[in-house]
Design a protein around this ligand. Structure first.
Ligand SMILES: Cc1cc2nc3c(=O)[nH]c(=O)nc-3n(C[C@H](O)[C@H](O)[C@H](O)COP(=O)(O)O)c2cc1C
Length: 169
């Protein structure tokens, strides 16, 4: 479940790398470019859904939650520091993600193509880096089995406690 699909309230979907699940806080963390359309969509309406399937475990998770974009928080700062310089290179794109281009392009400045940059070289990307935190409201868990599938809904209450009930799959 490393690359779930994240759905925004405008109906758009995209694959994102899941960076962290915090089971105590019931939060998910993703990384993105603060200039990307999904950031605008989340700021306009923070209701999000996340869909993941683990074929080995035969488990589907459908998650509903509320997102927030953080650019300068402690978590955003440490997420930037802990990313490899290769990962941080993406944030050097000269124009915003989804901008039109006359030709196929990575968006990166020419000097950054094909290299693993240094700390100094990626520093300028920091202003384009954001984290997406999702406060999970609800999990829909589905386990596939030849003997009979099983499904449960788990709701996170205001105190952060999970309560659940079984559903017919
Ligand atoms: C395997 C994979 C992993 C991806 N991981 C991320 C990611 O962690 N963050 C991100 O912003 N986009 C990621 N993308 C790109 C998004 O799917 C999407 O194309 C891009 O972010 C633009 O989305 P938007 O137009 O909705 O802003 C990934 C794509 C793939 C195929």
């Amino acid at each position: 479940m490393h690359t779930p699909v994240v759905g925004t309230a405008d109906g758009d979907l995209r694959v994102m790398v899941l960076r962290e699940f915090d089971p105590a806080a019931n939060t998910l963390r993703f990384h993105t470019d603060s200039r990307s359309p999904k950031v605008t969509a989340i700021r306009a309406n923070p209701q999000l859904s996340v869909l993941a399937y683990d074929p080995g475990a035969k488990v589907q998770l459908r998650i509903k939650g509320v997102g927030r974009i953080e650019t300068d928080s402690t978590t955003a700062n440490s997420a930037w520091r802990e990313s490899t310089t290769f990962a941080r290179r993406c944030y050097l794109a000269e124009t915003a993600p989804s901008a039109n281009s006359e030709e196929p392009t990575s968006g990166l400045p020419g000097w950054a193509e094909g290299i693993t940059p240094t700390e100094e070289q990626v520093a300028a990307g920091r202003e384009n880096f954001a984290i997406l935190m999702i406060d999970i409201a609800e999990f829909d868990w589905l386990y596939l089995a030849n003997t009979g599938h099983r499904r449960a809904r788990l709701v996170v209450d205001e105190g952060g406690t999970l309560t659940g009930n079984w559903l017919v799959p």
